[in-house]
Design a protein around this ligand. Sequence first.
Ligand SMILES: *Cc1c(COP(=O)(O)O)cnc(C)c1O
Length: 235
Amino acid sequence: MTAPGADRVAVLMSHLGSVQERIARAVASAGRDPASVHLIAVTKTWPSSDVRALAGLGLRDFGENKDQEAATKAAALVDLDLRWHLVGRLQRNKVRSVVRYAAVVHSVDRVELASALGTAAERGDRRLTALIQVSLDDDPTRGGVAIERVAALAEVIHQQDGLILGGVMAVAPREVDPARAFARLREVADQLQTDHPDATMISAGMSEDLEAAIDAGATHLRIGAALLGQRPTLG
Ligand SMILES: *Cc1c(COP(=O)(O)O)cnc(C)c1O
């Protein structure tokens, strides 16, 4: 078990303070309840010692975008009571691994993946929260289901005993004003909640656009670089 160095802990503490200030300011200006906004630290490419340090600073929710890296960190940190979020594109052949450690999968964007996850969760005697990743720009390479298919996918997830339909997730497209993109996501979320009132999660907002996401009603922010620094490699 590698202990985080004191210098690194000081850096992370200062980053966390800045992020928490940004969140508090955005929550206040949106007139929202601070308890309705949750911070997920996206630790991809960073070592388990950083996760341990952030846990020591009070964080419990951690996100990764690749199964293998997530599984390794979850195993190295089993002594901590962490909630792991898978936020990246997920191949169907990874679901058996994912259900062993993940609490929430943010990137469910197709029926086959939803049923595979549900089956794997049930076999592993687990219940996972599944979020529907919504495409806000019709670019299939970025992942996400088209808005007109959200309702059908929600039904499939709802029918899986191993899954809890949590809500929606999106990544703001690069060329679009994030405020407009997240407003669209909010509409999709509101529509989903007319059929599934418990599906209240809106996973949106990253380091660059967390204010716009909070303003549009995001409940779960996925923050990497602003907490950990610029990633050493593309993640
Ligand atoms: C890496 C990643 C994030 C965090 O992005 P930052 O810009 O580093 O805050 C959030 N969501 C997803 C899906 C990611 O892959």
